[in-house]
Write a new protein. Sequence first.
Length: 130
Amino acid sequence: MLVQARHGWVPFMDQVSVACVELVLSEALLGGGGRLYNACELPADLLDAVPEHFQRIELPDYPMWTGPEEFPVRWFSAPGKLLRQDGLGVHSWLHIRGRTRADLDAICEIVPGRWSLGYTESLSSEQPPF
């Protein structure tokens, strides 16, 4: 399979079924109107914190649609927690979602990055479907 990126068509996944799993994970992570979601740019000294504390989801590495400099994309999880690490270099980002506010806060404590989103009272009103 191919995906259209800024610099043209690039390989994405070898199997449609794996691409569908990635699509469902992306919706679970980024859907929900921003509730129980956060993101931070990962400084070099925090790149190892994610694989050290969270289990890798068995998906192959793949590039972001934005360009080859944001390679690889990797998924991680723990009970009530979903994480996507975009890249391993200078401009790496970590996107996270917790099932509860406590789950989200626990990730932020383990990876003490400069988190981009604040919280609102609506965070605890509904749980995401994972």
